[in-house]
Structures are given as C-alpha cells and as structure tokens.
Design a binder for this molecule. Structure first.
Ligand SMILES: [Fe+2]
Length: 359
C-alpha cells in the first residue's frame, strides 16, 4: 500500500499547530524560513506572521489505497451499465424513428422506459463517469437524449426533486430534442458547420417538439415547457422566444445545463470530444451568465466529486491520477503521475488534461 498525499494551500490564520509543511516556505524577500516536512507549532505560526508570510502549503494524507494500476479493464458494474444503456438506446431509436414517420410520440413506451430502464442507470454508482466513457460516435440524437435524461435525473436529485416531479424531469430530458425527428435528415446529420438558413431550420426543433406533444392527453406541463424552452438562456439570448431567466421553466433550465455538458463531452463529427475537466472550465468561463447560477453551481460542485481517482492523459503524454480538486475550478486539479510526480495544474499552466482514460 502506498501512502498518498495532497498538498493544499492554507492562509496562515487557518493553519494549525501539528500540520506538516508540504512545500518550502519563503519570506516575501525570498529567504527560506521553513523546509518541507516541518511540523507547525504555535511559535512557528507566530513567527510566520512576524515574517509577513500569508500562505503555507500543507501536506495532507489521503486514505491509503493500493498502488495505482493504470491498466484495469472495465468492472462488472461498468459492463452492466453499458449493456442496460445500449438496450435503452435501442428503444429510443425505435420510438424516435417511428415519430419521424408517423408524427406521433409513443408517450407510454417512453414513460415506461424512463421509469424502468433509465432510473436504474441514474442510480448506478459512478454514473457520470460511466457516461463519459460510453462509446457514441453514431446515432448522436438517441445517445444525447438518453444522456440528457440521465443527467437531468442525477442533477434533479442534487436539487432535491423526488417522486412524480423527478420522473417528469427525466421524461422532459428524454424528450427535449424530440422535435429533431421533424428536421430533415440531411440537415440533422450534416457533417461540418450548418449554413445560417440551415441553422434556422435546426432551431425549429424546439417549437416542433412542442407541437408534437402539447395536445397529448396526460402530458405534464413541465415536460412541454422543457421541450419548448431548453435553448432559452438566462440572459435572454436564447431561442425560440429569447425570454429572460424569470420566464424560463425550471425544467428547461436544468435541461440546458445537462444538454451543454453532454454535447461538449460527446464525440461529434464536427466537434472534437473535450475532457469533462475542460468542459467544467468552459461552463464556468463562457456559459455562466447564460445558465441559471444556482443550478449550474450545484451541478459543477457535485460533478467534481466524480473526477477524484480518474486516470487521465496529460498534454505531455503521461498518465496521471486525479487526487485533489480545487474549491470551485475542477479543470486544473492536483494529479500524481505514474512516476510519482505530484503536479498542481493550477500552478503548472503549461500542462493540461487532454482526456480521461479510466474513471
Ligand atoms: Fe435541443
């Protein structure tokens, strides 16, 4: 068993006697005053304040684990997940294909699918990681619909949804892009960027989905709003009506977060798959004012926890394990490489995570 550590910054006022220094401490004019391995005492802490040192790096033990094995194949849990996921995709594919031709949605079939097959996927241990590793080069719309339903279910639990409201949210996620069945296949599957006039047609999937379902007996209103409004944005920059945050249904706001996260982490013909770490950085950086701040904060804070222990590939080609994530930004965690080098990517900006190899 290898002892595992992380190095974490503390302000001197938060540091306590008994903590171990993880990185050499320098004064503001670069004199070394403490070396790595020093155990803090009350008098050392007073001394640090005397020297005007504001931050110290503390070494913290992580729970012992067996030596990192970079070559473990998929587990039985993952194998089951992939099989059930594949079955789900096939049902969705069949139902959506029929909707394209008959202009009718098999609501009961899809509701049963959400309750009996998708809910167990949502409750599967490590669900966010399994989804990131699912191979999904083709049939994008079907995979995307199932993924958004799963993410809506996971995020819905974090937001406190239970019972019928939670089930409706999952159904809304599953059906959010049902209107794409009414978009010509040559536009839907076009490799490369869409022309402006094609983009306009593509955007009609929100209203077409709404029209397909609005008169269905028993369809929950939240599901209808989720379909119609999932491309509306908090700052009023979305479509089809460009309404601001206070006029967007909460299901639509949740779907928006799930939709963006899944689209960015997927393999697309015209979109290189981004690692979930990079997606978190992008969501924080670019999308924050377009998404509901409460929902996106809860999503990012919880999704981070899934990244601990992931085996990733760094931009210099080395493999490493993620051992510690910062307070909010998960994109630049602390990692340990195969040759036992600890790298704080927040400090070392020349390196980044290019992909997740194993979760
Ligand atoms: Fe959409």
């Amino acid at each position: 068993m290898a002892a595992r550590y992380c190095i974490k910054p503390y302000s001197v006022s938060e540091a306590e006697a008994g903590m171990e220094i993880g990185r050499m401490v320098l004064t503001p004019d670069d004199k070394v005053i403490l070396s790595e391995g020093t155990i803090l005492t009350d008098s050392i802490l007073q001394g640090l304040q005397f020297w005007n040192v504001t931050t110290v790096f503390i070494k913290q033990a992580l729970p012992a684990e067996p030596d990192i094995d970079f070559s473990i194949p998929e587990t039985a849990v993952q194998k089951n997940f992939y099989e059930d996921y594949e079955n789900t995709i096939n049902v969705v594919k069949d139902a959506f294909t029929k909707t394209r031709f008959f202009k009718d949605v098999a609501l009961n079939t899809l509701q049963d699918l959400a309750n009996n097959l998708i809910e167990p996927l949502i409750n599967a241990h490590g669900v966010i990681n399994h989804m990131n590793l699912v191979r999904r080069q083709d049939d994008y719309t079907f995979h995307h619909s199932v993924n958004v339903a799963i993410i809506c279910g996971v995020l819905g639990k974090w937001l406190g949804y239970v019972g019928k409201e939670w089930q409706d949210l999952i159904l809304a996620g599953l059906l959010h892009d049902i209107g794409k069945t009414q978009i010509p296949l040559e536009i839907l599957n076009k490799p490369g960027k869409l022309m402006p006039e094609e983009m306009e047609i593509m955007q009609l999937h929100t209203t077409r989905g709404y029209k397909l379902l609005r008169d269905k007996p028993g369809i929950p209103q939240g599901v209808i709003h989720g379909i119609l409004q999932h491309h509306e944005r908090f700052d009023g920059s979305g479509y089809p009506l460009a309404v601001p945050g206070d006029q967007i249904h909460r299901y639509a706001k949740i779907i928006a977060v799930a939709d963006i996260y899944d689209a960015m982490t997927s393999d697309r013909v015209y979109h290189r798959k981004s690692s979930p770490f990079a997606v978190v950085e992008m969501v924080v950086g670019e999308m924050f004012n377009k998404l509901d701040p409460e929902i996106v904060t809860i999503f990012l804070n919880n999704v981070r926890d899934y990244f601990i222990g992931n085996i990733v590939e760094l931009s210099d080609g080395r493999q490493a394990e993620v051992i510690y994530l910062g307070q909010f930004m998960a994109a630049r965690p602390i990692v340990v490489t195969e040759d036992k080098e600890y790298i704080d990517l927040e400090c070392n900006k020349t390196l980044s995570i290019v992909k997740v190899i194993r979760a």
